[in-house]
Design a protein around this ligand. Structure first.
Ligand code: FAD
Length: 480
């Protein structure tokens, strides 16, 4: 049977673009459909714009630090309009690069929504049906908003980058990494940030000691974090609500970008009633309460593809669905929702299907960072996970680093190793510090190689650094 393509990829995000390019490089005839903007969540409304906002927000503390180090600098207001214009120009540039890379690899781009019709057929929103020997679903996910009265007044991470005005105050709902990162970003940009999380501590799933220190640091920097708290009800605020609260208007911005999000509640703000009995008016409410796979109206049921409880496409270790010609990678499979993982899954798919080298995806010991302020870097098991599996030793050091101490800042850092008592292997490493993401990338190599505590100890320290603590912690703080 002959097909229009060897591979049809649905979704031009991190996983889809990489898989399409690498498959085309093997000589396969490849097409890719993207319904929104090339680059997907990571480039257009995830990692990249978020990290640029992290950088922007970090400057607020630098004025104080610079003065402490002898510089004569004055604080100035943050100009969201100026930053936003540059941010979107950068995203446009990156999107252009993604298109060029696909073009250059010989991948045919379809600017359309694609829906699966059967095991080998895809219907495009342009009205065309195309056939392919293999179909790869890489449609990613989207934010979910809780079912609360008035929730439609809030925004999600998708809209943050499009705000045409920085709110003066914001309520962020959620305790995951996206909620916590935006709390830090907006706080750093001068927004009055309140964060509600219904659980007992933010960053569930990360090491308890590390998440505790991050939460403490966030509070010290001015975030009004409320744990065990949620919204009961929200509605557009009235003039009386605002008068009672004494709120000012949002900060003005430069006009001019077409796609933008207006202030919530007609600029009057949003009145929120919380489970702790308080009521308050916020300029914006941001829901970062989880993400769900993009699997609705994708033709999955019609094609007989198994979908899991959380709406994810169920795949095996080779990313193959129950329909042999259809594979799925990235966030739509709800395995590990990170860009480098989606890319890995895409590469493993090509290795398996187009290079005749069956390659399961390795999801073990993935290093990752949370770009909160303070930043968290982590790889391997948390102390809590490890001690449930085997006896462990905990090496831990928490201190005020020299740059902060000199500047008179209170921020402490954490360097923590979870070590197996029996094998001496470092099972986990957790760092809370400036640039923890950069550090954990390198520690990740050692941990992935199976380094023992003694291997760490044999490594000479780099002095003076924060990370030298990782190779100089002689005695365990505790055994568990
Ligand atoms: P996506 O990148 O989401 O791409 C899917 C694409 O498919 C989208 O472009 C979508 O428009 C398109 N699409 C969907 N349905 C169809 C259809 N039917 N037809 C055609 N096209 C379709 N990860 C990190 O590693 N580090 C970070 O710091 C980080 N920060 C993040 C911050 C935020 C705010 C968010 C939301 C995510 C962040 N992530 C981060 C996660 C990361 O963005 C995702 O894991 C990654 O983008 C997943 O890639 P993907 O290819 O599976 O899907």
């Amino acid at each position: 049977m002959s097909f229009d393509y060897d591979l049809f990829v649905i979704g031009g995000g991190s996983g889809g673009v990489r898989a399409a390019r690498v498959a085309a490089a093997t000589g396969a005839k490849v097409a890719l459909a993207e319904e929104y903007r090339m680059g997907g969540t990571c480039v257009i409304r995830g990692c990249v714009p978020k990290k640029l906002m992290v950088f922007a927000s970090g400057y607020s503390e630098m004025f104080d630090d610079a003065r402490a180090y002898g510089w004569d600098v004055q604080d100035g207001p943050f100009d969201w309009g100026r930053f936003r214009k540059k941010l979107h120009a950068e995203l446009d540039r990156l999107e252009g690069i993604y298109r060029k890379l696909l073009d250059g690899s010989g991948v045919e781009i379809c600017d359309a929504r694609a829906v699966i019709k059967d095991a080998h057929t895809v219907s495009l929103s342009t009205g065309k049906d195309v056939t392919a020997k293999h179909i790869l679903v890489a449609t990613g996910g989207h934010p979910v908003v809780p079912e609360i009265d008035g929730a439609e007044l809030g925004i999600t991470s998708n809209e943050v980058f499009l705000l045409n005005e920085m709110p003066k105050s914001i309520l962020i709902v959620g305790g995951g990494y996206i909620a916590s990162e935006f709390a830090g970003i907006l706080n750093g940009l001068g927004v009055e940030v309140t964060q509600f999380y219904r659980g007992a501590q933010i960053l569930r799933g990360f090491d308890d000691e590390a998440r505790g220190l991050v939460a403490e640091g966030m509070r010290d920097k001015g975030i009004d974090l409320h744990l065990g708290t949620n919204i009961v009800e929200m509605r557009q605020a009235t003039a009386e609500d605002r008068n009672e609260e004494g709120h000012a208007e949002g900060m003005p911005m430069e006009q001019g970008r077409p796609a933008s999000v207006a202030p919530s509640g007609d600029g009057k703000g949003i009145w929120v009633k919380a489970t702790n009995g308080t009521t308050k008016v916020y300029d914006q409410v941001l829901f970062a309460t989880g993400r769900t796979p993009n699997t609705t109206n994708l033709g999955l049921q019609e094609a007989g593809i198994t979908v899991g409880r959380r709406g994810e496409i169920v795949v095996d270790e080779f990313s193959q669905t129950n329909i042999p010609s259809i594979y799925a990678i990235g966030d739509v499979t709800n395995r590990v929702q990170l860009t480098p993982v989606a890319i890995r899954e895409g590469m493993a798919f090509v290795e398996t299907v187009f290079k005749g080298n069956p390659t399961p995806v390795d999801h073990a010991l993935i290093p990752s960072a949370v770009f909160t302020q303070p930043e968290l870097g982590t790889v391997g098991l948390t102390e809590e996970e490890a001690r449930d599996i085997e006896p462990v030793e905990i090496y831990c050091s928490s201190f005020k680093p020299m740059n902060h101490a000199f500047a008179g800042r209170e921020d402490r850092v954490l360097m923590k190793l979870v070590v197996s008592k029996e094998t001496r292997k470092v099972l986990g490493c957790h760092i809370v510090a400036d640039h923890a993401g950069e550090m954990i990338q390198l520690v990740g190599i050692a941990v992935k190689m199976g380094a023992t505590k003694e291997d760490f100890d044999r490594t000479v320290a780099v002095h003076p650094t924060m990370a030298e603590e990782l190779v100089t912690m002689k005695e365990p703080l505790r055994s568990a």
